[in-house]
Write a protein that binds this ligand. Structure first.
Ligand code: ATP
Length: 236
């Protein structure tokens, strides 16, 4: 069995006195691509924030095995190989180049330089416009920059919050195409989505419903479950 890259277990968390997550847990294995599927408001963003350390867990644990990182700050988790792309993903007031430097701020300078050139090779459209402000890019290009920025730290695990947010179907398929290339290279990914097109990327799926994990399995197993099939694919 492949090594576990990240495991969250029994997570309870929320905002103020409002509890959003009720014992949610999931894990990502080496080279595995996991999709966290859930409707609007199911708690996907909240769970990702706990995993990356932007929101404290009231209960439960987050591990980057062999370390328990539950109390670690986000920057320490990033240094241990986790990268996060939020729904917004980039700093619009910074250039493409500057965004990549922010993404790679925790790695050594010469390694970052090499990494940026690699990424410019992977994203030629960004390479042509290094000094352009991220805010001047189209939605699709901005998302590509968000992915490149998150990859600048050469993570072992890329955690993404709704990469489809705000994108037209054409750009959604371009994002899926780019992510499938990194998946083929063995990058472990955790993708929170409500767009089922992302299931094309999934080795395993978790569904989140009312702050609880309802299903864990393969896409084929999800499709075989009548109630879930109806909920997520809208099929009778
Ligand atoms: P979305 O697709 O809208 O991002 P989601 O599955 O990511 O949905 P969350 O953003 O985690 O869901 O939100 C879960 C619940 O927590 C929602 O009821 C939301 O209103 C609430 N919530 C989110 N952020 C806050 C906040 N900062 N303060 C209070 N409640 C919040």
């Amino acid at each position: 069995m492949a090594e576990t890259v990240m495991r969250a277990a029994g997570i309870e968390a929320g905002y103020g006195r409002v509890q959003v997550l009720w014992g949610a847990g999931l894990d990502v294995r080496e080279k595995e691509s996991v999709v966290l599927l859930g409707a609007n408001g199911a708690g996907k963003t909240t769970l990702l924030k706990v995993i990356v350390g932007l929101l404290p867990a009231w209960n439960g644990t987050v591990a980057l095995p062999p370390q328990d990182v539950t109390t670690w700050r986000t920057d320490r988790r990033v240094r241990r190989g986790m990268a996060y792309m939020s729904e917004i993903g980039v700093f619009t007031g910074l250039s493409i180049d500057e965004n990549l430097r922010v993404g790679g701020q925790f790695i050594e300078k010469s390694a970052l330089k090499r990494r940026m050139e690699e990424l410019y090779g992977d994203f030629p459209d960004l390479a042509k416009r290094r000094t352009t402000l991220a805010g001047a890019l189209s939605g699709g290009q901005r998302k590509m920059l968000g992915i490149a920025k998150a990859l600048a730290s050469s993570p072992r695990l890329l955690v993404m919050d709704e990469p489809s947010a705000g994108l037209s179907p054409l750009f959604v398929s371009q994002v899926i195409e780019v992510l499938s290339r990194f998946r083929a290279e063995g990058l472990a990914m955790l993708i929170a989505e409500q767009n089922i097109a992302f299931l094309d990327l999934a080795d395993r799926v978790f569904t989140l419903d009312g702050g609880r994990i309802r299903f864990e399995g393969t896409v084929a197993e999800l499709e075989a479950d009548d109630a879930l099939n109806k909920a997520y694919f809208g099929l009778a």
